[in-house]
Design a protein around this ligand. Sequence first.
Ligand SMILES: NC(=O)c1ccc[n+]([C@@H]2O[C@H](COP(=O)([O-])OP(=O)(O)OC[C@H]3O[C@@H](n4cnc5c(N)ncnc54)[C@H](O)[C@@H]3O)[C@@H](O)[C@H]2O)c1
Length: 274
Amino acid sequence: MKDVVLWTGAGQIGMAIARRIGFGKKIIVGDKKFDNAKSIAKIMTEAGFDIEPIECDISNRKSIINLIKAGQKYGEIATLINAAGVSPSQATIEVILKVDLYGTAVLLEEVGKVIKRGGRGVTISSQSGYRMPALTPEVDEQLACTPTEELLKLDVLQPKNIKDTLHAYQMAKRCNVKRVMAEAVKWGERGARINSISPGIIVTPLAIDEFNGIRGDFYKNMFAKCPAGRPGTADEVANIAELLLTEKADFISGSDFLIDGGATASYYYGPLKP
Ligand SMILES: NC(=O)c1ccc[n+]([C@@H]2O[C@H](COP(=O)([O-])OP(=O)(O)OC[C@H]3O[C@@H](n4cnc5c(N)ncnc54)[C@H](O)[C@@H]3O)[C@@H](O)[C@H]2O)c1
């Protein structure tokens, strides 16, 4: 039997992380687009990793349970990498909330029930969640603690309260961070840890869709005017994930790590101020 890595979202960020920590373990990669999972599994197999692709839609609880069961055939679930998601230019408000908000919450909940003692997880949130005014403490607590099947019924997530797909994405990513805090308490009861990473613009197919979408100029301006003056890479995100997924981070749980080249700083106190 081997330690198992469950990895959702067969994209660039997920692969960069899996390559850092997956060697010697059994990796199960799940993606809604099975072709993405298969092609990334081929690349990883040819680089010496032990990996199996499966079709998995994180917005569907049964699909998540299938992913977990696929992993448990090989050993205990030791690591979760959640890098599945859709961006504001890729999906409708409804789909963004279903995948990025609800799907992430269900995944953290279900994996939290089976993660092995000493297990670790990361989920990819976004700097977008930092670009909203503070929510009330009550709403923050609702996003953190509402039972998963009730989440999408919250008043704050109803169509009348969501302006557009960007707002839906921001709410989803804010929810990810709050959910990670609440889940860290439960994962801790099993001796396991869960954290999130909030990247800025990272060059991946998802970001390229944004560059070519209706907010393309907004995104290009954002990285041009951030202190780093450029977009980031998936490998830079993996630098943090690698730390979080090793014993060096055993005192870190329920935290979020912003890695955005300083774009959020510039949004509040520099040239990106709206
Ligand atoms: N690239 C960026 O600039 C950026 C910035 C901040 C946050 N993020 C977040 O990083 C995560 C990973 O994105 P990426 O940039 O690596 O993009 P990517 O397009 O390379 O990968 C995303 C993958 O998620 C899959 N996916 C979409 N919906 C799914 C679902 N319901 N179930 C399972 N898989 C699904 C897609 O098919 C795709 O393979 C996302 O959550 C995204 O919101 C990305």
